[in-house]
Design a protein around this ligand. Structure first.
Ligand SMILES: Nc1ncnc2c1ncn2[C@@H]1O[C@H](COP(=O)(O)OP(=O)(O)OP(=O)(O)O)[C@@H](O)[C@H]1O
Length: 244
């Protein structure tokens, strides 16, 4: 499903590589949490998966496509298979929950239909379904700026899910939320992961959440893989290796 082969990313003004010859595969149905200190390369790793981050060397294969070789049109098609949720939600504050959720369909339609807000009955049903799933259907017409952080992230999740993705990525999706809300968000992500048979890759700072919800943990340090295994097998030494 995802294959990284000797992937390196060096930023223009970066001294050290953000990713350093990283090779790994993620299979369908895995729920992967990525751990690492600040600056370890977690965000860079996530962004290479949907082609948001150009590679300096190596290649990334997603759903059979070599991301590096994809022309813009094919890259758009690939991105419609990959849902993404962000730390700061990336929502449109003055628009309603429903309108924000609809923006998840943008990759699937011509721009003029998005501009005019034309959605099929199917799309409306899908949006209602996911607003219900994330517990926000009663707030569908409320402006997003009037929601709590946890509710905003639920909108972000519903927006990603209406894409009907096969891969779900999260770049620190709970970093700005309190522990209880974070746990609820992970519960929801895990539930959607099972229901939709997703492949999920999420960066997280909270080791407890990773241990509780991941089927596999990847530990990065200085852009290199320093742990790759199940949460149960992760020892104190492994953690020290990741965070030291
Ligand atoms: N746009 C950029 N330009 C230059 N250097 C960058 C850029 N983005 C990230 N870096 C550098 O690349 C390295 C990896 O950054 P990255 O954001 O992937 O780490 P991270 O593990 O996600 O960190 P955090 O947990 O703080 O978000 C860091 O040294 C960072 O300073």
């Amino acid at each position: 499903m995802l294959r990284f082969k000797d992937v390196s990313v060096v930023y223009e003004d970066g001294e050290e590589p953000a990713l350093d010859s990283l090779s790994l595969s993620v299979e369908k149905g895995e729920f992967v949490c990525v751990l690492g200190r600040s600056g370890a390369g977690k965000s860079t790793f996530i962004r290479t998966i949907n082609g948001l981050q150009p590679l300096t060397a190596g290649n990334v294969n997603v759903l059979g496509y070599d991301v590096r070789l994809l022309a813009e049109k094919k890259l758009r098609a690939l991105r419609s298979e990959v849902g993404m949720i962000f730390q700061h939600f990336h929502l449109i504050p003055r628009m309603s929950v429903r309108q924000n959720v609809y923006t998840g369909r943008f990759g699937q339609k011509p721009p003029w239909k998005n501009f005019l807000g034309i959605y099929t009955a199917e799309e409306r049903k899908l949006a209602d379904y996911y607003m219900e799933e994330v517990g926000l259907l009663p707030y569908a017409e409320r402006r997003v700026e009037r929601l709590s952080g946890g509710q905003k992230q639920r909108v972000g999740i519903a927006r990603a899910m209406v894409q009907d993705p096969s891969i779900l990525l999260g770049d620190e999706p709970v970093a700005s939320l309190d522990p209880t809300t974070s746990d609820h968000i992970f519960q929801l992500l895990r539930q959607l992961h099972e229901e939709r048979n997703l492949t999920t890759v999420i960066n997280v700072h909270d080791v407890g959440l990773a241990k509780k919800y991941a089927s596999r943990i990847i530990g990065l340090k200085n852009g290199r893989l320093v742990y790759d295994g199940s949460p149960i097998d992760m020892s104190e030494n492994d953690l020290a290796e990741i965070y030291e």
